[in-house]
Write a protein that binds this ligand. Structure first.
Ligand code: DGL
Length: 299
């Protein structure tokens, strides 16, 4: 009997910008059999300084685009801000048959598994911190979380003022402009981390984990690692969110391995400059980002 053709499930991945490509990288690593449609709402970034109402409206538009126009059967919200403030609005915007996976719960769960002292630090955008979504998710797991907003970090990452963790950046490092940019970024990160640790000390906390509560921050991991003691582990929710997607795929009996000949199919969409998306996106994804299509999601 002829084998049924392999039909890959379609996963929609959404971020306000490029940061979610770090989550897409983790998804591809764990579930290469799926095909992915990624949208970065770059025209309206940052979400992290906006109100819940606006974030929910924007995020719902992207979610509908992925499901209605790209045929996504699963949604991964690769943005902590949208996960913290708009997960309900996103779920309401799409059919209930589409599972919506955020990054807050997987991040808190990863912190629970990593922390022995039960004290964790969280850095995130203003909106995520004000929502206290991480504090609540951590508390539900018996952890005490201290959250800090770091609003300057997203613009620095979006401007590419970081050394690429995935490509050989020796060319960039040789230019003094790039070296100066990275020094500025390191100074900003140092100030935030020192303030956070001082606050934790004042509260008699003994943190042993630091959650990167924004999908842009994994690009800063090498800098952050150099500024905290080795006793504090860095938690990135990307791998945990990818694990959750794999659970859904296996529950729905999707084959967990693609035929050897088929590479992962990727489509990219942005609401602003596709040239910038292609140039910077490759750093986040660790592979070439090509053929980005411009979309208009309306107001
Ligand atoms: N990607 C967003 C997050 O993970 C941060 C960028 C923004 O502020 O829009 O929170």
């Amino acid at each position: 009997m002829a084998q049924a053709p392999f039909i890959p499930p379609t996963v929609g991945v959404f971020d306000s910008g490029f940061g979610g490509l770090t989550v897409l990288r983790a998804l591809i690593a764990l579930a290469p059999q799926a095909q992915y449609a990624f949208i970065g709402d770059t025209a309206r970034l940052p979400y992290g300084s906006k109100s819940r109402r606006t974030i929910a409206r924007y995020a719902a538009q992207s979610a509908r685009f992925l499901v209605e126009e790209q045929g996504a059967e699963y949604l991964v919200i690769a943005c902590n801000t949208a996960s913290a403030l708009a997960l309900d609005a996103i779920q309401e915007a799409v059919p209930s048959s589409v599972p919506v996976i955020g990054v807050i719960e997987p991040g808190a769960e990863a912190a629970r598994q990593a922390s022995a002292t039960r004290d964790v630090l969280v850095i995130a955008t203003d909106a995520t911190v004000q929502s206290h979504a991480y504090a609540a998710a951590c508390q539900a797991r018996g952890l005490r979380a201290l959250e800090k907003a770091c609003p300057l970090l997203v613009p620095l990452v979006e401007e590419g003022w970081v050394a690429s963790p995935v490509t050989n950046d020796s060319m960039a490092l040789q230019t003094s402009a790039a070296t100066k940019q990275q020094a500025v970024t390191a100074d900003v990160v140092r100030i935030y981390v020192e303030e956070l640790r001082a606050d934790a000390h004042a509260m008699s906390m003994e943190p042993d984990s630091l959650v990167l509560g924004c999908t842009h921050y994994p690009l800063l991991k090498p800098v952050i690692e150099g500024l905290i003691p080795p006793t504090i582990k860095i938690i990135d929710s990307a791998a945990a969110a990818a694990n959750e997607l794999v659970m859904h795929l296996s529950r729905d009996r999707h084959a967990l391995a693609a035929p050897a000949s088929s590479g992962t199919r990727l489509c990219f969409f942005a609401t602003d400059s596709v040239e910038k998306f292609e140039r910077l996106g490759s750093r986040f994804l660790g592979r070439q980002v090509n053929n980005v299509q411009l979309v208009d999601l309306g107001g």
